[in-house]
Design a protein around this ligand. Structure first.
Ligand SMILES: Nc1ncnc2c1ncn2[C@@H]1O[C@H](COP(=O)(O)OP(=O)(O)OP(=O)(O)O)[C@@H](O)[C@H]1O
Length: 209
């Protein structure tokens, strides 16, 4: 469950104060946040992930107000409860696909379960490249690895930043289907921010910033 209320944010040395609409998602509900470039979508996503601290307001993930957590507790909470899908690939280049997923579980304070990793890789059509180095993967494989890294630890909340904007219609559908399916499997809230209106039909809730 994700809630935010009265969220405002101001970057240091700037005048602009962002005010964001309240969010209240029940278990398994998903949310699409739409808005034009520069409106503050990534800023809001970073507030929901606890990467930025708001100037005011709260963000509660599974009833924990993450704005009140101190650095170590916040890192730990985020590692265990939040999965982030970035536009750019965030895999560790010196590790192969399997090692990246093992590392992700390790940093989430979870036991490394090879069967679980391989099952997810098979679902995302990545099993054949489990020992491949990151720099040898195709764009599509990298994208699917990004999804694998964001869900392997079965987070309560999956946050995705523009996961489809550079994709053609066929790949856009593949990525969205995977995200929605993975979120449903672990009963997670899925929040996607984008300016890509093609993905609107996938979502129960939409906020336009
Ligand atoms: N670290 C920062 N310091 C000062 N201003 C910033 C910082 N990061 C972002 N901004 C400004 O805040 C505004 C909102 O940025 P943000 O990245 O949240 O927008 P966005 O809606 O995600 O845009 P886009 O769709 O282009 O990625 C922009 O005007 C940006 O220049």
């Amino acid at each position: 469950m994700l809630q935010s209320s009265n969220l405002t944010f101001q970057y240091k040395k700037t005048d602009r104060l962002f005010r964001f609409p309240n969010i209240d998602l029940k278990t398994q509900e998903n949310l699409l946040i739409l808005g034009k470039s520069g409106i503050g979508k990534t800023t809001l996503l970073h507030l929901l992930a606890g990467i930025l601290k708001p100037s005011s307001g709260i963000v509660a993930v599974n009833n924990v107000d993450i704005t009140r957590l101190r650095d170590n507790s916040l890192d730990r909470f985020r590692g265990q409860n939040i999965g982030l899908v970035f536009q750019q690939n965030h895999a560790i280049q010196t590790l192969n696909v399997l090692e990246n997923l093992k590392a992700r579980l390790f940093f989430s304070y979870q036991k490394v379960n090879l069967q679980k990793i391989e099952a997810l890789l098979a679902e995302l059509d990545l099993l054949d490249c489990k020992t491949s180095k990151i720099q040898t993967l195709s764009e599509g494989q990298l994208q699917r690895l990004g999804i694998a890294l964001s869900v392997i630890h079965e987070p309560e909340l999956i946050l995705a930043d523009e996961p489809t904007s550079s994709l053609d219609d066929a790949n856009c559908k593949i990525v969205l289907d995977l995200l929605v399916k993975q979120a449903a499997k672990t009963k997670a809230n899925l929040v996607v921010i984008t300016h890509d209106h093609r993905i609107r039909p996938y979502f129960q809730n939409t906020i336009v910033l």
